[in-house]
Write a new protein. Structure first.
Length: 283
């Protein structure tokens, strides 16, 4: 019996070691961003990039998202958890974050020998969704985007003064929708949804700051929250879907409106996985 238990323990140890190796974390040491790559066995793994929101840090590298990461890696994807502010060597604030820097970090991951550099998909939540849409609208090698409670315009960065763009491109800040006079009372009360809704009444600024999602050369999944307390994510997703339809491109595009608040769509990640399996398959 002792030999049987010992053999079983050794066997389980081998399995655990293999599982750990299958989802090995590789720190790519990319300038201006934290890039943690998770790969499984084998070659030609399509790259999924996870982009967190206004909380900063590297949310997709957290223990909370480990089961999802492990599932995606087991399904044949490589997964890049990318922290673009409030991480080591990244900017401390969400303020004029460089799209070029983030894209360079993504391209660094595509050079890993087990990654298929021709296949890139982005999954972003909240401000990370805005970033995903901005990247895909400018870099045509991104073939799939999942935007979870994202915006259809550029908003200010998360600074005390709220007077700078959240994003920059080729060294220049992107046009953004500013905090206008109508939004100030709601901002003072902490009513974020009403603040953003009031800002969006500035139609001239909206035209300048609109994210050109019609330039995306790949599949797009928009997920919104019908009772979003942070931003009007469902109307904004409907606006983006209309932009995509007007472009008359033959890429798959879908909008899922989830009943609930801003965080509710994250509880329905199975819909994201189904969309990826259909429109960005690993095998």
């Amino acid at each position: 019996m002792r030999h049987l238990l010992l053999s079983l323990a050794l066997f389980l140890g081998v399995l655990l070691t293999a599982a750990s190796a299958a989802t090995a974390q590789i720190d790519l040491k990319t300038p201006g961003a934290q890039s943690l790559l998770y790969v499984g066995p084998g070659r030609h793994q399509p790259l999924l990039v996870g982009l967190g929101g206004s909380e900063g840090g590297n949310a997709w590298a957290s223990h909370h998202w480990q089961p999802t990461r492990d599932q995606l890696v087991a399904n044949g994807y490589a997964f890049l958890a990318l922290g673009y502010f409030k991480t080591p060597d990244a900017p401390p604030l969400l303020d004029r974050i460089s799209l070029d820097t983030v894209y360079a970090a993504i391209k660094a991951a595509t050079r890993h020998p087990q990654v298929d550099g021709r296949k890139i998909a982005l999954v972003g939540g909240s401000r990370g969704a805005d970033l995903a849409l901005l990247l895909a609208s400018r870099y045509p090698d991104i073939q799939c985007v999942v935007s979870i409670v994202g915006s259809y315009v550029v908003f200010p960065g998360n600074t005390n003064h709220l007077t700078t763009s959240a994003w920059s491109y080729r060294g220049q800040p992107l046009p953004f929708v500013p905090v206008n006079e109508a939004a100030v009372p709601f901002l003072v009360k902490g009513d974020l949804r009403a603040t953003f809704a009031a800002m969006l009444t500035d139609t001239a600024a909206v035209r300048q700051a609109r994210i050109p999602v019609e330039n995306i050369r790949g599949a797009v999944l928009l997920i919104s929250a019908t009772q979003d307390e942070v931003c009007p994510s469902t109307p904004m997703a409907e606006q983006m879907l209309a932009q995509l339809k007007r472009a008359s491109l033959r890429y798959p595009r879908q909008h899922l409106a989830i009943v609930g608040g801003h965080a509710e769509p994250l509880k329905h990640f199975d819909a994201v996985i189904r969309f990826l399996h259909t429109n960005f398959p690993a095998r």
